[in-house]
Design a protein around this ligand. Structure first.
Ligand code: C5P
Length: 222
């Protein structure tokens, strides 16, 4: 098994950016597991699958391919909402388990380790991860960041609607029975409410270094 860093947290907490930077720093492979759930959601929407039907949604999870995972459409709010809905089905989660385990066992590109970000990495997918981070920020701050991101992308967005959407998503992700969003007992809590991206990365790196030691000196691995 490779060295695994688990990064969990609610929507728009900045965990994806942190995970990417940690992966680059250590020369590890990175898997944004939200993309898997978004990929399933996208297929459910595209194929007109009934999102209430667990088995039908799980079949879409089984049919996930690289083409879907590369689609820029996965980042839309509609797909995010659908992902939050279908990810509550245990059969969908089960169908995506193998992919995540394979990624950890054999990180792409022969990397020595893997950084996975999501909701249940430290609790379900990789309970034995060498370092676990739980990244969060107040819901208002996360809504502010997401709103700015949407405006920067040129899509019109209303702050109050973004805030409500995040509240709904938090409630769904935290209250579901299957692999709910919860901090692992041995995870380091990183609240980035009053930190910028660089400060958050410095804090995350300090913790990960305390668990893994410093990154290899080879600059090609940075
Ligand atoms: O992180 P992201 O917003 O891309 O995730 C989309 C949705 O996928 C989340 O709201 C969550 O419901 C689900 N998800 C999950 N478990 C993961 C990653 C994402 O349930 N490991």
């Amino acid at each position: 098994m490779s060295v695994v860093i688990a990064v969990d947290g609610p929507a728009a907490s900045g965990k994806g950016t942190l995970a990417r930077r940690l992966a680059r720093h250590y020369g590890f492979a990175h898997l944004d597991t939200g993309r898997l759930y978004r990929g399933v959601a996208w297929r459910v929407i595209q194929t007109g699958t009934d999102p209430q039907q667990e088995a039908a949604c799980a079949a879409q999870a089984g049919a996930l391919d690289a083409h879907t995972l590369d689609s820029p459409d996965l980042r839309t709010e509609a797909v995010g909402r659908m992902a939050s809905q279908i990810s509550a089905f245990p059969a969908v989660r089960q169908a995506l388990l193998d992919y995540q385990h394979r990624f950890m066992a054999h990180p792409p590109g022969g990397a020595r380790g893997a950084v996975l970000d999501g909701r249940d990495i430290g609790t379900v997918i990789a309970p034995g991860a060498r370092a676990k981070l739980f990244v969060t920020a107040s819901v208002e701050e996360r809504a502010r960041r997401r709103h700015k991101e949407l405006l920067d992308q040129g899509s019109g967005a209303i702050y109050a609607a973004v805030l409500q959407d995040l509240r709904d998503r938090d409630a769904r992700d935290s209250s579901r029975a299957a692999a709910p969003l919860v901090q692992a007992a041995d995870a380091f809590l990183l609240d980035t409410t009053s930190m910028d991206a660089d400060a958050a990365f410095a804090a995350a790196l300090a913790f990960v270094t305390s668990r893994l030691g410093p990154a290899p000196a080879d600059p090609a691995r940075r």
